[in-house]
Design a protein around this ligand. Structure first.
Ligand code: DAH
Length: 341
C-alpha cells in the first residue's frame, strides 16, 4: 500500500495538461468514484489498525497533492489564455512613434484655399492631361504664341488640337466656364508641367492656384481688394501690395502683384534683393475674347483672374530657396515642417 501511494505521488508530480478537458480527465482518473486515489481510500479500510496512523497520513498527503496539482494545472492554462498584453506592464511609457508631418506644399495650398474659401470662392479642379484648346486656344493665345512651343510644353500627341500636359491651372477657368452657372467664383489648385531644365529656380513640375471671379459689374478695384485681403491673411495684417503693369493673353489689363517683404518689412534685405518687394502672382481682368470663346456675353459680364505658384508662396513663408527640396522628399527636410501641421 505504502509503495502504491509513493508511486502515485511521483506520477502526480510529473503530470502535465494543455487543455481544460485533459485536466478533467486527470481529475476523474485520480479523484473520481473509481479513481486511483479514491480506490486507495477504499483499501485503507482493510489496513491493520497498527498501520492505520502512518498510512492514513501519507494517504491524506496524496489527496492534497492530487487536488493541488489539478488546481495548479488549471491556473497555468488560465494564465496562458490571458490576452498577450496583460503580461506587460501597462504603466510603463511606450516607444515613441514618429507620425510624420504634412508636406510644406500641401500646408501652403490648404492655407491659400482656406483664405479664399472665407471670401466665398469654391474649389474647382480639372485634368492634368489637357488639350490645346483648354490650355491655350480658349485663353486667347494666338496660334504662334511662344508658350505653345515644344520647349515649354510636354506634348502627348500632335494634330489640330494636340493633347498635352497643362502648363498652367488657367485651363480650369475654361472647364469652369463650360459647365458652371454664372456667377462663377472659384479657386483651382493643381500640378502643372513645363519642359524646363531642373535647377534651384525651375522645375518641370510645380503647383499653382488659379482664381476666377465672373459676375455683372466686377471691376479692377474688386480685383485689387481681393488680392490685398489675401496678402494680409497670408503675410500679416500690415502687408502692402503694389501692382505692376504686365501682359497675359487671357487678361486685359494685366498686372503682376508684389507684396511688401515680410522679412525686412520693406527696408531691403537679400530675400527681396534690396527692393522691399516680393513678386507673388499674376492677375488681370478676364479678356472679353476669353469670355466670348467660352459662350459668356462680355457686354453683360466682366471678371478677374489671378494665378500664383504654391512653391513661390512657400518659399516666401519659409525662405527655402531651392525648389528641388520640395520634390526630393528628403526626410531631413520634411521633418523641419512637422510642427507646422
Ligand atoms: N497662368 C499664368 C502663369 O502660369 C498665371 C496667371 C497670370 C494666371 C495672370 C492668371 C492671371 O489667371 O490673370 O504664369
Amino acid at each position: 500500500m505504502k509503495e502504491k501511494i509513493e508511486k502515485l505521488l511521483a506520477e502526480i508530480e510529473g503530470l502535465k495538461a494543455s487543455k481544460e478537458q485533459e485536466i478533467e480527465e486527470i481529475r476523474v482518473r485520480l479523484l473520481g468514484k473509481k479513481g486511483s486515489v479514491t480506490r486507495l481510500f477504499d483499501e485503507f479500510r482493510d489496513i491493520l489498525p497498527e498501520h492505520k496512523r502512518e498510512i492514513g497520513q501519507i494517504l491524506n498527503k496524496l489527496k492534497v497533492a492530487a487536488s493541488g496539482k489539478i488546481d495548479e494545472l488549471r491556473s497555468l492554462i488560465e494564465e496562458s489564455e490571458q490576452p498577450a498584453d496583460s503580461k506587460y506592464d501597462l504603466t510603463k511609457p511606450g516607444d515613441m512613434i514618429s507620425i510624420g508631418g504634412r508636406h510644406p506644399i500641401s500646408v501652403t495650398r490648404d492655407e491659400i484655399l482656406s483664405i479664399f474659401n472665407k471670401f466665398g470662392y469654391i474649389l474647382a479642379e480639372g485634368p492634368e492631361i489637357e488639350d490645346d484648346w483648354h490650355v491655350f486656344g480658349a485663353l486667347n493665345f494666338p496660334p504662334e504664341h511662344p508658350a505653345r512651343d515644344m520647349q515649354d510644353t510636354f506634348f502627348i500627341s500632335n494634330g489640330e488640337n494636340p493633347v498635352l500636359l497643362r502648363t498652367h491651372t488657367s485651363s480650369v477657368q475654361v472647364r469652369a466656364m463650360e459647365k458652371m452657372k454664372l456667377p462663377i467664383r472659384i479657386v483651382c489648385p493643381g500640378r502643372v508641367f513645363r519642359n524646363e531644365a531642373i535647377s534651384a529656380r525651375a522645375h518641370c513640375i510645380f503647383h499653382q492656384v488659379e482664381g476666377l471671379y465672373i459676375d455683372k459689374k466686377v471691376s479692377f478695384a474688386d480685383l485689387k481688394q481681393a488680392v490685398l485681403l489675401f496678402a494680409r491673411e497670408m503675410f500679416g495684417e500690415d502687408a502692402q501690395i503694389r501692382l505692376r503693369p504686365s501682359y497675359f493673353p487671357f487678361t486685359e489689363p494685366s498686372a503682376e502683384v508684389d507684396v511688401s517683404c515680410n522679412i525686412c518689412k520693406g527696408t531691403g534685405c537679400n530675400i527681396c534683393k534690396g527692393t522691399g518687394w516680393l513678386e507673388i502672382m499674376g492677375c488681370g481682368m478676364v479678356d472679353p475674347n476669353v469670355l466670348e470663346a467660352n459662350g459668356i456675353d462680355s457686354t453683360i459680364y466682366t471678371g478677374f483672374a489671378f494665378g500664383m505658384g504654391i512653391e513661390r508662396i512657400a518659399m516666401l513663408k519659409w525662405q527655402v530657396k531651392d525648389l528641388r527640396h520640395y520634390f526630393e522628399n528628403d526626410i531631413r527636410f520634411l521633418k523641419e515642417f512637422e510642427t507646422v501641421i
